[in-house]
Design a protein around this ligand. Structure first.
Ligand SMILES: Cc1cc2nc3c(=O)[nH]c(=O)nc-3n(C[C@H](O)[C@H](O)[C@H](O)COP(=O)(O)OP(=O)(O)OC[C@H]3O[C@@H](n4cnc5c(N)ncnc54)[C@H](O)[C@@H]3O)c2cc1C
Length: 475
């Protein structure tokens, strides 16, 4: 039986663990799917490349508003697809090659599960042991029983289809559904979004989610508070009967009803590692599971399911493996997130509803983006920026530990946080008005952190309704 210093299950975020700190360790990486995992192959990277092409199409459609005459004469789906995968696929291939033939790494292309403490059984029939094991097994799309028997796509498959559908039904009103609705509708597909609840994107601040839903209704056929009661395959498509009595016919069905951690496929019972009711592996602040010598990171244990959080946790685990006597805790206080739909949405910190539920005193202000200079110049009539802050300090309300916003800079050699908190390491507190002014004055800040062309939910510092006055739009 082969023995390793470290075994890693999953080559997504798990692959980035292998830093020069481990040059003298023997490392096994076990991957059952495409090398590189979700983000590279079927997640962040290809979706954002499609989103960019969708933005180009929409920009052409809107151009005449600004005195630029242009017309969209077509979208060459196969060319869009092949450009994207022509760039992505080689990354996976070269990453695989590098690990398969690395000086201190061995790649097992197999399914792994635990057969005992620090022992993995592989689907090839091999068994390996390791001093430390990192579970970075990710998550997978959920497919509800109601549609399990009809032809369907998930985010794993829809980006590789051969032709644009004329009509696409998307089951699910979360961020994956919203991003694909934008992509396909920008390319000319008629999109129907079916959401069991309302509004769409209900994990966001409620005002922002409602605002987005109103805008989405103008672009797509949006069915809210409707579940699928039955589904049937039709010639060249599907028919969905909904619980509200209506039905939807489409050429393709995309199921985007959430993702579950892959913890149920690891036989974690063999090592006594605890798992939450929602399938996430239980970890402590150092990313250690409850089983000795076993660590976990990213989607298999995180509530965020975001790549930058995964990367942060990978840095934390790498540090803690290399420095067991000087471990660092993962920091999930400042987690920014974006939805690359249309309009784009970005946010960081507590939503108004979370602040209310936690009994936290807060102030909130919502400002139309068109009242700031850049939004005014764009004639943006739909976007808003919402700020939620602590009235006593004027600081952003972080998502986890509201009392603990101000803290010193990060010591050298320690993993970086997901997002530096405002003022971190600068030894001063930022005044609310300064933050607000910077937000509104800088197009690049607004475009990347607030929003690119529309709605933004930036839970941020406020406390003053005059927040953006110095930067208000002309007139
Ligand atoms: C459509 C989509 C768009 C996204 N867009 C964004 C975005 O814009 N920004 C963002 O921050 N995040 C985004 N995400 C989320 C992001 O992709 C994930 O949070 C991140 O990739 C999770 O990394 P991971 O290492 O946990 O999982 P993965 O990257 O999936 O890696 C897990 C690997 O483990 C392998 N594996 C699982 N079980 C076993 C086993 N038992 N044996 C062997 N191998 C196993 C799997 O095959 C997989 O390759 C998106 C996700 C999706 C689905």
């Amino acid at each position: 039986m082969e023995h390793y210093d470290l075994a890693i299950i999953g080559s997504g975020s798990g692959n980035s663990l292998v830093t020069p700190d481990f040059d003298d360790w023997r490392i096994a990486i076990i991957e059952e799917g495409t090398f590189g995992g979700t983000c590279t192959n079927v997640g962040c990277i290809p979706t954002k490349m499609y989103v960019y092409a969708a933005e180009v199409a929409n920009t052409v459609r809107d151009a005449s508003r600004y005195g630029v005459d242009a017309s969209l004469s077509g979208v060459r789906w196969r060319d869009v697809r092949d450009r994207i995968y022509g760039r992505i696929d080689p990354i996976s291939v070269s990453g695989r090659e590098y690990r398969a033939h690395g000086p201190n790494t061995v790649l097992y292309e197999a399914h792994a599960e635990f057969s005992g403490p620090r022992t993995l059984r592989l689907s090839t029939g091999q068994e390996i042991t390791a001093e430390r094991i990192v579970v970075a097994a990710g998550s997978r799309p959920v497919v509800p029983d109601e549609v399990a028997d009809v032809p369907l796509h998930t985010s794993n498959t829809i980006m590789r289809i051969d032709a644009l559908p004329r009509r696409l039904a998307i089951l699910g009103g979360g961020f994956v559904g919203a991003e694909f609705a934008h992509i396909f509708s920008a390319f000319g597909t008629q999109v129907t979004v079916i959401s069991r609840s309302s509004p769409l994107l209900r994990h966001l601040d409620l005002d922002i989610a409602r605002h987005f839903t109103e805008i989405a209704r103008g672009r797509w056929d949006v069915r809210l508070d409707a579940a699928v009661s039955s589904a049937s395959a039709k010639a060249g498509g599907v028919r969905l009967d909904l619980t509200d009595g209506s039905s939807v016919e489409a050429d393709l069905l995309l199921v985007a009803t959430g993702r579950v951690p892959n913890s149920d496929r690891l036989n974690l019972g063999a090592i006594g590692a605890q798992v939450r009711a929602d399938g996430r592996v239980v970890v402590d602040q150092f990313q250690r599971t409850t089983a000795e010598g076993v660590w976990a990171l990213a989607d298999v244990c995180s509530p965020h399911q975001l790549k930058h959080v995964s990367n942060h946790e990978a840095r934390v685990v790498a540090h803690n493996l290399a420095h067991p006597d000087d471990m660092v805790a993962a920091d999930h206080r400042f987690v920014p997130a974006a939805v690359f739909t249309h309009p784009q949405i970005a946010g960081v910190g507590l939503t108004e509803e979370q602040a209310r539920a936690d009994g936290i005193e807060f102030v909130a202000v919502t400002q139309p983006f068109g009242e700031a200079a850049y939004g005014w110049a764009m004639e943006d009539s739909t976007s808003v920026c919402k700020l939620v802050g602590d009235p006593s300090t004027g600081r952003v309300l972080p998502a986890a530990h509201p009392g603990d916003v101000v803290r010193p800079g990060f010591p050298r050699g320690r993993p970086r946080p997901v997002l530096d908190p405002p003022g971190a390491g600068r030894g001063r507190r930022e005044r609310p008005a300064q933050v607000g002014c910077r937000l509104a004055r800088s197009p690049s800040t607004c475009r990347t952190r607030c929003q690119a062309s529309s709605v933004a939910a930036l839970s941020y510092v406020s406390g003053r309704s005059s927040l953006a006055k110095p930067c208000a739009a002309p007139g």
